[in-house]
Design a binder for this molecule. Sequence first.
Ligand code: GLY
Length: 431
Amino acid sequence: MKVMVVGSGGREHALVWKFYQSERADKIYAAPGNDGLTELAEPVDIDMTDTTGLAKFARKNEIDLTVVGPEEPLVAGIVNEFQASGLKIFGPTREAAMLEGSKVFAKQILNKYNIPTADFEVFTDPSKAISYLKNIEYPRVIKAEGLAGGQGTKIVTSRKEAIQAVNRIMEDRIFGDAGERIVIENFLTGQEVSIMALTDGEILLPLAASRDHKPVFDGDEGPNTAGMGAYSPVPYLSQAEEKEIYRQIMHPTLKALQAEEINYQGVLYAGLILTSSGPKVLEFNARFGDPESQAVLPRLKDDLLAVIDEIVEGRLERKKLFWCSESAVCVVLAAGGYPLTYEEGDEISGLEKINRYDNLLVFHAGTRKIGDKFVTSGGRVLNLTILADGLFSAINQVYEHVEEIDFRDMHYRSDIGRSAVQELDPKHYSP
Ligand code: GLY
């Protein structure tokens, strides 16, 4: 089978790596991919939001199945375009992807179908938002409605900060049209968890739970990024709690979409917080998480390409997926300045050495090859994932390898997975 993966980051490298292991994969294309995955997939030089160009390429090259990584092409309607041309594609339609594309839509669905989430208000008019900020308690959470590369959510601790956030989103339009409407919601406390499931619109096939860390600095400090690291499984999430999440959130969400006559096929990803009054939805994503996929897919024993093909063909029968018992930790190495402005073109050293380790996976994100050297070409540059017996061992091993990579102003979080280990067994924690 000829497969095309749409996207260019670490998640897409992990998908290509997983598909490459499938007996069904005769040829893999990555559109546009990155220079780190070219040994596994042929790059396609078409922008991932050029849905018409991609459909044309898929028709001409007789691609049997396209799998979409990022949210932008989904919200731009790539699935609608491919399906209208009779091409097989895995991912939700434009209408279904609104679960991620519009935070207002997602909150309205949650509210209408009594799925647990924080109480909220929606504003289209900045002056009404600012007057609402007068008589409320802090902290609160302010979210731009649309896609903002993982940076559209701000926790504000005072009215002053809240006014600034509203002005930056709605008046300065730092996220463009994505900030025409905002959601202001209650701040919830608890541990976060990412729950992803594959679905054909009827059956939910759970992926292993994972946890990502969005703030740029250790201790969840600093501005949000698209994700600085992840681990799976999640030691503080019991099987009973996970079952409860499916009962209270995942199944009701799929049913809610069915009730709205929205057929949702693809990855349903709920970003959750485990509060003292139960799990609540922070946000939905309509795709595989990044960097969660780089920690989850290496643990998957099943042939992911076969499973996705069954979903797209409408013949999904399996009820569960199988996972290796090892823990996976993924650490993102980022360019200096990320998530704000950062330089590109800095040479990366140490890759030849770490590519030789058997249990270390190196998923490229923002890299480019010049001659035989890799240089940086994005904010999130590399993802290092280790599979090991137990989270503690995986954390220690991955950070040994992180030390072997270098580029100018490289930065990373040094605490991925550590707070979970601390909860499990405080004596294993070394800040
Ligand atoms: N890691 C968060 C996301 O994929 O949006």
